[in-house]
Design a protein around this ligand. Structure first.
Ligand SMILES: C[S@@+](CC[C@H](N)C(=O)[O-])C[C@H]1O[C@@H](n2cnc3c(N)ncnc32)[C@H](O)[C@@H]1O
Length: 250
């Protein structure tokens, strides 16, 4: 391990400088260029080109949202509801990590994923996120999927616009604004996801949305307005919150 690399990373504020140095060395290529990018504040995962999530490795291109550990709760809840053969849709898929991790946990599901960002769509395809579509929420999807989805997962952007400036620079300067910004109260995209879900869910199917503890009541309200029966699931250890809503069977 190069002491000089560790020293540069530490001086730049990297808490796990030794671990990061080892990963950057392992990555191969132009080490100085990689360290320069990291020292300039780019997320480690974007510099390496991959992120670990749920024990799997996912390609992450510059600008694409890096999967967060709290999102393991969304995977866990979705995997508990899906069965082999279920139709699973990962809306706002980013790298596709959520859908792929659900599929890995459940077995052979029919996986679909969609994102508005073409760079994310490319990542999700490289990560094997099933059939991957590009476009605005449900507009991206083939009509044949309508009414067939058993489990719809969405980690849509939910940061209120005014809070973006308070995010760590790694996020606000290096992840696409569209991956973070959820509008005035953070729920603009979630509300559209909830409103559209009944058209795409199979009767009895589930919509699961990652949210924050503070925003959960508004996420529940959006699902209730859409005709779903919703409940909140929180996990303190993961610092994660998910709202799960079910479409009535009849
Ligand atoms: C918070 S990131 C989550 C990515 C991924 N699901 C994850 O958990 O790692 C939100 C994603 O939603 C996508 N997105 C934002 N608005 C969208 C829209 N109107 N239609 C489709 N995708 C959208 C962004 O491009 C971004 O990839």
């Amino acid at each position: 391990m190069s002491a000089a690399v560790v020293a540069r990373l530490r001086a730049a504020g990297c808490v796990f400088a030794e671990d990061e140095a080892a990963l950057l060395l392992e990555a191969g290529g132009d080490l100085d260029a990689l360290v320069d990018r990291r020292v300039a504040g780019e997320p480690l995962e974007q510099v390496l080109g991959w992120a670990e999530f749920c024990g799997l490795r996912f390609a992450v291109a510059p600008g694409v949202f890096v999967p967060r550990q709290r999102t393991r709760l969304l995977v866990r809840e979705a995997a508990a509801l899906a069965r082999p053969g279920s139709v699973v849709l990962d809306l706002c898929c980013g790298t596709g990590a959520v859908g792929v991790a659900v599929a890995a946990a459940v077995g052979a599901v029919e996986l679909h994923a969609a994102d508005v960002d073409p760079v994310a769509v490319d990542c999700a395809r490289r990560n094997g996120a099933g059939s991957v579509y590009g476009g605005d929420l449900y507009e991206a999807l083939p009509a044949a999927l309508r009414g067939r989805v058993d489990v719809l997962v969405a980690n849509a952007p939910y940061v209120p616009t005014g809070a973006i400036a308070l995010m760590p620079p790694e996020a606000r300067d290096h992840e696409a604004l569209a991956a973070l910004d959820g509008g005035d109260d953070g729920l603009d995209v979630q509300r559209r996801v909830a409103e559209g879900a009944p058209d795409w869910l199979f009767p009895g199917g589930w919509l699961l949305i990652e949210t924050s503890g503070a925003q959960a009541p508004a996420t529940v309200a959006a699902m209730t307005r859409a005709g779903l029966t919703a409940r909140v699931v929180a996990d303190e250890e993961l610092a994660g919150t998910v709202v799960a809503g079910q479409l009535p069977t009849a």
